[in-house]
Design a protein around this ligand. Structure first.
Ligand SMILES: Cc1cc2nc3c(=O)[nH]c(=O)nc-3n(C[C@H](O)[C@H](O)[C@H](O)COP(=O)(O)OP(=O)(O)OC[C@H]3O[C@@H](n4cnc5c(N)ncnc54)[C@H](O)[C@@H]3O)c2cc1C
Length: 440
């Protein structure tokens, strides 16, 4: 069978924030970049940002579950998970620099300025979300306005007026949010070759030097050759490719910033139609983060039914639902395995952190007037699969594997749970890696 042959200076696999950043920066630096993305570009399609759309571009049509029944949302499309994210930006935790010598302060500050990252203006924070934050502050929890990759008033390519709400997590159809695919577009303008529907299966290695990758492009086998390869296929995708290429340690253990929602009902309008995560609270000492958020309308009953008929029936009052999301700094557990299975469970210490965070949410919801009997916590889910190809274990400080020229740059490299929005840190790591490669 005829095989397609491609060549480049650098091959990048995956177009989430990790892959998009290195592609843009390396192309700007004069490298001939080939970007291979397994998904398509759905941004201009009529279904982008709808429920059917979200099924189409998420792995296993959003029904991806771990062995323990934890649902993981993993978008496979140009832009990766930033195509469905809440656009929250958090600086990297201090321990990344202090404990692992990963200093990305310069790159992060550069990104804050480049993308004009800041909290939404007061009138767009949401009345119910602000009510939650004010109640929490009255109880002594120092909530802050969450900085956002979001520019509702001045996006150049904005198609409609700013229209946000829980459903913007299905894909931002109004263009108010930044998407990593925009940096792929920038790289393409500068000469990078972008191939969508290109699924990389295996890395080609000769004498401990990377020489390329192979896989299928629109169903047809291809080989791509380069002496530098950056795997940015995300917390699930990267360990899978590495395992097939002989790296048995890849995917042993995973973090996920395991997430639950705590809901309560009041007589007033809730958080569902407001931009998600406009206010947040971090408790690093106790290992959790809280934010305002309600699940999209159609998703809510699917999640709530697992807690019983009572919580599910409150779907009828979705408009009055007030949601607080808990993200846990979870321990490394389970993993992404070569037989296709994924496992993720909470350790005893994770469970203690969760119990503690739940009590705080409950107090806040009661403070805003929620009926105690309506408050409940959803099952655990994961939107940040990470830490599956950890720096310090599988990667050196420059994100290089023990094979020369083979790097990893995405959420899989985190050595521990970040317990905060990941994208700004991934961009920082991508800019740092690109500078390193350009200096070689
Ligand atoms: C609903 C939701 C809300 C979120 N909200 C926020 C938020 O507000 N702020 C924040 O910072 N983070 C948020 N996140 C998390 C964040 O979006 C991800 O952690 C981040 O995008 C991960 O980046 P990445 O570079 O690791 O890869 P990903 O974004 O996962 O992208 C990896 C890409 O690689 C491609 N790929 C996989 N395998 C292959 C292969 N074999 N060959 C070729 N391509 C492949 C995939 O199709 C995908 O496009 C959210 C995530 C979700 C799902």
């Amino acid at each position: 069978m005829n095989r397609l042959n491609l060549t480049a200076d650098v091959i990048v696999v995956g177009s989430g924030p990790g892959g998009a950043t290195v592609s843009k920066k390396l192309t700007e630096g004069g490298k001939k970049v080939l970007l291979l993305e397994r998904g398509g570009d759905h941004r201009s399609r009529f279904y982008y940002g709808t429920y059917p759309g979200a099924l189409l571009y998420s792995e296993k049509m959003s029904f991806l579950f771990t062995e323990e029944g934890v649902n993981i949302v993993a978008p496979n499309m140009l832009g990766g998970a930033t195509s469905m994210f809440c656009a929250c930006a958090s600086p990297p935790p201090e321990w990344l620099k202090n404990k692992y010598s990963l200093d990305i302060d310069i790159e992060v500050n550069d990104t804050l300025a480049e993308l004009d990252i800041r909290p939404l203006p007061a009138h767009q924070l949401g009345t119910a979300s602000t009510r939650i934050a004010e109640a929490a502050k009255a109880l002594g929890y120092n909530w802050y306005r969450q900085p956002k990759f979001m520019f509702p008033a001045k996006r150049k390519n904005r198609k409609k007026d700013f229209k946000c709400g829980a459903s913007c997590m299905l894909g931002c159809s109004c263009g108010a949010k930044w998407n990593a695919a925009e940096w792929v577009d920038d790289a393409a303008v500068l000469g990078a070759v972008i191939k969508t529907k290109a699924k990389v299966e295996r890395i080609l290695i000769e004498n401990r030097q990377v020489v390329g990758v192979e896989g299928k492009l629109k169903g047809k086998m291809f080989t791509a050759k380069a002496e530098t390869v950056i795997i940015s296929a995300g917390g699930l995708g990267s360990p899978r490719i590495l395992q097939k290429s002989g790296f048995e340690e890849a995917g042993q253990g995973m973090t996920m910033d395991s997430t639950v929602m705590v809901y309560g009902f009041t007589s007033e309008k809730g958080t569902g139609k407001e931009p998600p995560m406009t206010w947040s609270f971090e408790n690093d000492a106790d290992g959790y983060m809280l934010s305002t958020l309600t699940d999209p309308w159609l998703l809510y009953p699917l999640i709530a039914i697992k807690k019983g008929i009572g919580p599910a029936l409150r779907w009828l009052k979705w408009n009055q639902m007030h949601g607080i999301m808990i993200k846990l700094k979870d321990d490394i557990s389970g993993g992404v395995f070569a037989n296709g299975k994924i496992s993720k469970y909470l350790t005893k210490s994770d469970q203690e952190k969760l119990d503690n965070a739940y009590q705080v949410c409950r107090k806040i919801l009661i403070e805003i007037g929620a009926d105690k009997n309506t408050i409940f916590m959803t099952p655990i889910r994961g939107t940040h699969p990470s830490g599956t190809v950890r720096v310090d274990e599988m990667l050196d400080n420059n994100l290089q594997t023990n094979v020369k020229g083979l790097y990893v740059c995405d959420a899989s490299v985190f050595p521990e749970s970040l317990d905060r929005p990941t994208v700004l840190t991934i961009i920082g790591l991508g800019k740092r890696l690109a500078s390193h490669i350009l200096r070689l």
